[in-house]
Write a protein that binds this ligand. Structure first.
Ligand SMILES: Cc1ncc(COP(=O)(O)O)c(C=O)c1O
Length: 356
C-alpha cells in the first residue's frame, strides 16, 4: 500500500463526493434566497420529490436528522410517547434530540429493527389517561441502518399505519434509504410512502448528493415544518446548489443502487466464507453489512484501527460489532479487497485455533 493510495471508505454511504457532472449541475443551478421561496432549483426539487413520494408538499432540509426532529416537533407535544423500532436512528444517532427538542419519550419495540402491528398495538398508550403518556407518533425506519439495512415489508408498514390512523397516531417514515427499500420490494417510493402522514428521504446517502434531505406530507404539515425548520436553525438561503445536486442524484443515481446491494452481499460472502465472523449473507438485503467479530480475535475498536492502517475505513457499532456501507464511490473490486484485508487482519490476530 502506498501512503498516497486512496482509502477504501466503507464507513457510510454519506462519504461520497460529487462527480464532475453533478458539480456541473450545481454550478449551473438557478439559485435565489430560499427564505423568499425564490430559489428555483429548490422549488423544483421540492415539487419533484413531493410527486415522487405521492405527497401534497415537500420541504428541503440540510440533514435527515433535522427532518426527523422537525417532524417530531410538528406532530407531538412535550410528555408524549413515540413508538420506534429497536436500534433506530432516533434513539442512537440524534444526540437525544427527541427529548431535548420535543420533550417526548421514545418507546422502542420489536427486534432486528422490525416490529409487528400486534407489537405496536401492545405498546400504544391511550390519550386522556391520568397516568399514561399518550402515544401520538409511530416511526418506522426503512431501510434500517443499525440493523444491517434490513427492509420492512410493505404489508407490515401498511398494517401499522392503518392501526395508527384508527387511533389518531401520526405515522412518520424515516426513509433515509427508502430508495434502497424501493428496489428490494420492487415498489415505487410513493407506494411505500402512501400510508404515512410524513416521510423523510435523504439525497446525501446512496444517491450521492453532498447534503440535503426532504420532508414530505400534507400542506398543513409542511407549513408547520417550515416554521420549525427555521426555529431549529435550518432555514438556509441559496440552497439551490444542494438542490441541483439532489435533482441530479435522483435522475442518475437511483437505478445503480442495486450495484451497492450486490457489492454488500459479496462483501458478506467473503467474510462468511472465512468463518472468522458471525454473518449470514442471506440476511444482506441492501447496502449495509453489520457483523459480529468473535471476541477471542480482536475488539471492534482494534479492528477499525488495524483496517485503517491497511487503508480500509470501517465503523464499530459496539465492542464486537462492525458496520460497513457500500456506495457509488466503491466498486466490486474495492469491496472484495476490503473484505479480504479484514479477514486477513482477523486471521493474524486470532488467539485460538481456527475452526475446522
Ligand atoms: C436511518 C437514518 N435516518 C436518519 C439519518 C440522518 O441523516 P443525516 O446524517 O443527514 O442527519 C441517517 C443517517 O445516516 C440514517 O441512517
Amino acid at each position: 500500500m502506498s501512503a498516497t493510495e486512496k482509502p477504501i471508505d466503507l464507513r457510510s454511504d454519506t462519504v461520497t463526493k460529487p462527480c464532475d457532472a453533478m458539480l456541473s449541475a450545481m454550478i449551473k443551478a438557478e439559485i435565489g434566497d430560499d427564505q423568499y421561496q425564490d430559489d428555483r432549483e429548490t422549488n423544483l426539487l421540492q415539487d419533484e420529490v413531493a410527486q415522487l413520494l405521492g405527497k401534497q408538499n415537500a420541504l428541503w432540509l440540510p440533514s435527515g436528522t433535522m427532518a426527523n426532529q422537525v417532524a417530531l416537533r410538528v406532530a407531538t407535544r412535550p410528555g408524549d410517547d413515540v413508538i420506534v423500532s429497536t436500534q433506530c436512528h432516533a434513539v442512537w444517532h440524534e444526540t437525544g434530540g427527541s427529548a431535548a427538542n420535543s420533550g417526548v419519550q421514545l418507546t422502542d419495540i420489536g427486534e432486528n429493527g422490525h416490529f409487528s402491528a400486534d407489537q405496536f398495538l401492545a405498546a400504544v398508550k391511550p390519550r386522556n389517561h391520568h397516568i399514561y403518556p399518550p402515544t401520538t407518533m409511530v416511526q418506522i425506519e426503512n431501510t434500517h441502518n443499525r440493523c444491517g439495512g434490513r427492509v420492512m415489508a410493505k404489508k407490515q408498514m401498511d398494517q401499522i399505519c392503518a392501526y395508527a390512523k384508527q387511533a389518531g397516531i401520526f405515522s412518520h417514515l424515516d426513509g433515509a434509504r427508502l430508495w434502497n427499500a424501493s428496489h428490494v420490494l420492487d415498489e415505487k417510493p410513493a407506494t411505500l410512502a402512501a400510508p404515512f402522514d410524513a416521510v423523510m428521504v435523504s439525497l446525501s446517502k446512496g444517491l450521492g448528493a453532498p447534503g440535503g434531505s426532504i420532508l414530505a406530507g400534507s400542506k398543513e404539515f409542511i407549513e408547520s415544518a417550515t416554521r420549525y425548520r427555521r426555529m431549529f436553525g435550518g432555514a438556509m438561503r441559496q440552497t439551490g446548489y444542494y438542490a441541483a445536486a439532489g435533482r441530479y442524484a435522483i435522475k442518475h443515481n437511483m437505478d445503480r443502487l442495486v450495484d451497492d446491494h450486490a457489492n454488500a452481499k459479496q462483501f458478506a460472502q467473503v467474510l462468511a466464507a472465512s468463518q472468522m465472523v458471525t454473518i449470514d449473507p442471506e440476511t444482506i438485503e441492501t447496502n449495509i453489512v453489520v457483523f459480529e467479530i468473535h471476541a477471542e480475535h480482536i475488539s471492534a475498536h482494534d479492528l477499525v484501527q488495524a483496517a485503517k492502517r491497511s487503508n480500509v475505513l470501517i465503523n464499530a457499532l459496539g465492542s464486537n460489532t462492525i458496520r460497513i456501507v457500500t456506495h457509488l464511490d466503491v466498486d466490486r473490486d474495492a469491496c472484495t479487497k476490503a473484505a479480504d484485508i479484514i479477514v486477513d487482519i482477523l486471521k493474524k490476530s486470532s488467539k485460538t485455533a481456527l475452526p475446522v
